[in-house]
Ligand binder design. Structure first.
Ligand SMILES: [Zn+2]
Length: 371
């Protein structure tokens, strides 16, 4: 009954919503041109450059076949990014590769796909983007709004406020649904399982799946001839990484991903991280050491009955990296310690509970024997 009311209100309010959205997008466009932190272009090789700006690092390859771009940063600065890429290459972008599904890496997809670019990503990226659109923003919102209507109806039976609330809710739902429709243009047109070889600009580009690392859709993009790699957020330079456990990321997967990068790269490999400055293999090795050290220390603390809050306050082993600026990015030292604690709890919790129970049983038997 309520569902039907919402649906019929969608139809009625459809045109009103469109006007509101048009206004919004104009405002967003203006924000884009006022954008302060201008992206910095860094030449990596003769054919590849890096674009460092507001979101994740972008890599652009320009060659005889055309322009390939890795990741697209945010939607609101996308026109600006497009101008820079066209200025540098004098071409339109033909292909886009997404390293994973986060908004600071795929936000500009819609703009570039409207301009004719074909988007490629791992199939989990497409799934995560679709799920995020439909599940999170659509169905979950609908459920919440239906609950709100129910609560309002119970509280204010007969008053005009319920009708008003229903209208507001329907408008918001409609806006959301429209957003979902529009964002279909942002989805990858080509997706793949495991790895993919991509032959472009006289290079056999390897798209390498690194499962359950930063998310469950990460790929490394490796240009063996140029000896350049874009790692997405499977590696961030001199920063604590975000392990997005909700979307399939894990400590073990992240570490495996770093080892994979170390195996592919040599001392000369130029590594474009998801965030941070252009890097080399030694930076990747350092992050591996950070992860292993923190996990070991937190595991010990966990087995000694330290709580998450106690672990989050530990700074003895983090200081050396905190001083280098590892905690100055999106993930603070505290957030990183908490994320590793959760991983330790997940991996070691069952073992600890078994051991604690055994210990308790032993202590009780000793007590009995003593009596
Ligand atoms: Zn990310």
């Amino acid at each position: 009954m309520i569902k039907n009311t919402i649906l019929s209100l969608f139809l009625v309010l459809g045109s009103m919503t469109l006007t509101a959205q048009e206004k919004d997008s104009t405002k967003e466009g203006r924000d884009g041109t006022n954008y302060k932190d201008k992206p910095i272009v860094t030449n990596v090789t003769n054919t590849i450059f890096m674009l460092k700006g507001m979101g994740g690092n972008i890599a652009v390859q320009d060659g005889i076949d055309g322009v390939l771009m890795i990741d697209t940063q945010f939607e609101r600065i996308s026109k600006f990014i497009e101008d820079i890429v066209e200025r540098e290459t004098e071409k339109k972008v033909e292909f886009i590769i997404n390293t994973h599904h986060h908004g600071d890496h795929v936000g500009g997809n819609k703009n570039f796909s409207r301009e004719g670019a074909t988007i490629i990503a791992h199939k989990n990226v497409r799934n995560l983007m679709t799920n995020a659109l439909i599940e999170k923003e659509g169905l979950a919102l609908r459920k919440k709004l239906e609950e709100d209507i129910n609560a309002a109806e119970k509280q204010q039976k007969g008053s005009g406020k319920v009708e008003q609330l229903k209208q507001t809710i329907a408008t918001r739902m409609e806006q959301q649904m429209e957003k979902i429709e529009m964002d279909h243009e942002a989805l990858p047109a080509i997706s793949f399982d495991n790895d993919l070889l991509f032959h472009y600009n006289d290079e056999d580009i390897q798209l390498i799946y690194t499962p359950n690392a930063h998310t469950n859709g990460d790929i490394l993009v490796y240009f063996p001839k140029s000896n350049v790699m874009h790692t997405g957020d499977a590696f961030v330079n001199m920063l604590y990484p975000f392990i997005d456990a909700e979307n399939g990321g894990s400590y073990t997967g992240y570490l495996n991903g770093l080892k994979r990068i170390e195996n592919l790269a040599n001392k000369e490999t130029k590594i474009i991280p998801g965030h941070g400055e252009l890097a080399s293999i030694s930076n990747v090795q350092e992050l591996s050491r950070v992860l292993e050290l923190y996990y070991t220390r937190i595991k010990t603390a966990f087995l000694q009955n330290k709580t998450e809050d106690q672990v989050a306050a530990m700074r003895d082993f983090t200081k050396i990296y905190d001083d280098k600026g590892y905690g100055d990015g999106f993930i603070t030292t505290e957030a990183f310690l908490r994320s590793i604690y959760k991983e330790v709890e997940k991996n070691e919790g069952a073992y600890k509970r078994r051991n604690d129970a055994k210990q308790k049983k032993y202590e009780e038997s000793q007590k009995k024997a003593g009596n």
